[in-house]
Design a protein around this ligand. Structure first.
Ligand SMILES: NC(=O)c1ccc[n+]([C@@H]2O[C@H](COP(=O)([O-])OP(=O)(O)OC[C@H]3O[C@@H](n4cnc5c(N)ncnc54)[C@H](O)[C@@H]3O)[C@@H](O)[C@H]2O)c1
Length: 386
C-alpha cells in the first residue's frame, strides 16, 4: 500500500533520512546534503544504522535530530520525503522497497542490487502513476559539466559517429579491503570489480554511447581469496555499431579510471580516478578540423565536478517537480544489465545479446548464474545423527 507523500512535492523543506552511516554516508551523502541544504529548503531529519554507537555518533557530529536502529520504525515515525541508502548491496532491494512503500523517494548507492530480479522488484514498487515515488541509483560519474558537455557533443554527432571505445577501471584493492565481511561474496557485494567498481565507468560509457547490442567476456580470480572475480575483460558492440573494450580490475597498482571514444572527427578521452572535472577531459581533433570548431568542442563551460552533490541537485529538482529522475527505472537498470551480461558471457563463453537475460535465465536471479567454479559452494550437508 502506498502512502501519499505529505511534503517534498510542495514548497516545504524536503525531509531526508540517511540509511547506513558508514564510509560513503560520511564522504558522499552527508557533504552533498549539507551543501544543498545551504541553498534550498532541505532538512536531514534522521539517520539509521544497525550499529547503535555508529548512528548516535553520526547524528551527534552532523546535528541530525533522530538516530534510529530500525528502518521501518524510522519510516513510520519520520515519514521522510527522500531516503538516501548507503548500506551494503544485499540490503538495497528490501530497504528500497520499504522506503518506496512508505511514500519516500530513494537514492540508492551503487551497485543497485545483486540481480536483475531484485532490480525489477524495486521498479515494481515505484509509484504507479506520475509523481513517484521513484528509486534512483547513485551513478555520480554521469553528472557534472564534463560528462554533460561530452554527452551533448556525442548526441548531436558534433564530433561524428562514435567508432571505437575503451572503458577502463584499473584499481587496486588489498587484503585489508577484502577483510570487510560483506566484500568479495556474491550474496553480499553482488559481484567483483565488474559490479562493485567498474560499474561506474561502464554506466558512464552507456550514458555517452547509448544502447549496447552484444558482449563477449572473460573473468579471472588471480589474486584474492574471494567468491567473485578480481579481474574481467570484455568486448562490447553498441547498437550504433561502435565497438568497445572494457577492463575491470582490482589488481592494478597504477590506478586509473579511463574512457576513450574515437569518433569520426575527434578522440574524446576522460582520465581520472574517483571523480572528474573539466580538466580531466581531452578532445583531440582529426586532421583538418577547423580551429573554431575545436574551440567550441573544448569549451566545457563552468567547471562542475562529477559528484554526489551534482547528481543529488538534479534529483531534488525532480522530486519537487514530481518527475522521474535520471538513473531510475530503465535508465538505472542498463548498467546492471550490462554487468549481468558480462558475467554470463564470461562464465558460459557465449556471446550475450542485450535483452536476453529475462526471468528463467539463471543470470536473471544471480549474477554468478550458478556457474560451476563461480557460484557459491552449497553449504556442507548436515551430519547424519544416530
Ligand atoms: N558512489 C560511490 O562512489 C561509492 C563509494 C563507496 C561505496 N559505495 C557504495 O556504498 C555502499 C556502502 O558502502 P560503504 O563503503 O559506505 O560501506 P560501510 O561498510 O562503510 O558502511 C555500511 C553501513 O551500513 C550499516 N548497515 C549494515 N546493515 C544495515 C541495516 N540493515 N540497516 C542500516 N544500516 C546497516 C553498517 O553498520 C555500516 O555503517 C555500497 O553499496 C558501496 O558499493 C559507493
Amino acid at each position: 500500500m502506498f502512502v501519499t507523500p505529505s511534503r517534498g512535492s510542495g514548497r516545504g523543506p524536503v525531509r531526508v533520512a540517511i540509511v547506513g552511516t558508514g564510509a560513503i554516508a560520511r564522504v558522499g551523502h552527508l557533504p552533498a546534503l549539507t551543501a544543498l541544504a545551504a541553498e534550498q529548503p532541505l532538512e536531514i531529519v534522521a539517520a539509521v544504522d544497525v550499529a547503535p554507537a555508529a548512528v548516535e555518533a553520526f547524528c551527534a557530529e552532523a546535528g541530525i535530530p533522530h538516530p534510529y536502529t530500525d528502518l521501518d520504525r524510522m519510516l513510520a515515525e519520520q515519514r521522510p520525503d527522500l531516503v538516501t541508502l548507503c548500506t551494503p548491496p544485499r540490503l538495497h532491494r528490501d530497504q528500497t522497497v520499504a522506503a518506496l512503500r512508505a511514500g519516500a523517494w530513494v537514492w540508492c548507492e551503487k551497485p543497485p542490487c545483486p540481480s536483475l530480479e531484485d532490480f525489477d522488484a524495486i521498479e515494481a514498487a515505484e509509484g504507479a502513476g506520475d509523481g513517484g515515488p521513484y528509486a534512483a541509483i547513485v551513478f555520480q560519474h554521469r553528472f557534472g559539466s564534463g560528462a554533460g558537455h561530452v554527452r551533448e557533443l556525442l548526441a548531436r554527432q558534433a564530433v561524428g559517429r562514435p567508432l571505437v571505445a575503451h572503458c577502463q577501471t584499473t584499481w587496486y584493492r588489498d587484503e585489508a579491503y577484502y577483510s570487510a565481511p560483506w566484500r568479495g561474496g556474491w550474496a553480499d557485494e553482488g559481484g567483483g570489480p565488474a559490479m562493485g567498481h567498474g560499474i561506474h565507468q561502464m554506466d558512464l560509457l552507456l550514458d555517452l554511447l547509448g544502447p549496447w547490442a552484444e558482449i563477449r567476456a572473460m573473468a579471472g580470480r588471480l589474486v584474492h581469496d574471494v567468491e567473485t572475480e578480481d579481474v574481467s575483460t570484455a568486448l562490447v558492440r553498441f547498437r550504433s555499431g561502435a565497438m568497445a573494450t572494457v577492463v575491470n580490475s582490482v589488481l592494478s597498482p597504477d590506478e586509473v579510471s579511463r574512457i576513450r571514444i574515437d569518433c569520426e572527427r575527434a578522440t574524446v578521452e576522460l582520465t581520472h580516478l574517483y571523480g572528474h572535472r573539466n580538466a580531466d577531459w581531452r578532445i583531440t581533433p582529426a586532421p583538418g578540423v577547423p580551429d573554431e570548431l575545436v574551440s567550441a568542442w573544448t569549451d566545457f563551460g563552468a567547471d562542475v565536478p562529477s559528484s554526489h552533490e551534482a547528481q543529488l541537485r538534479g534529483l531534488l529538482a525532480d522530486l519537487r517537480a514530481g518527475r522521474r529522475p535520471r538513473s531510475s527505472g530503465g535508465d538505472g537498470r542498463k548498467s546492471l544489465e550490462l554487468v549481468a551480461a558480462l558475467y554470463k558471457a564470461a562464465f558460459t563463453g557465449a556471446t550475450v545479446r542485450a535483452g536476453e537475460i529475462v526471468p528463467g535465465d539463471p543470470y536473471y536471479s544471480a549474477l554468478h548464474g550458478g556457474a560451476p567454479g563461480w557460484a557459491p559452494a552449497p553449504p556442507p550437508a548436515a551430519e547424519a545423527t544416530a
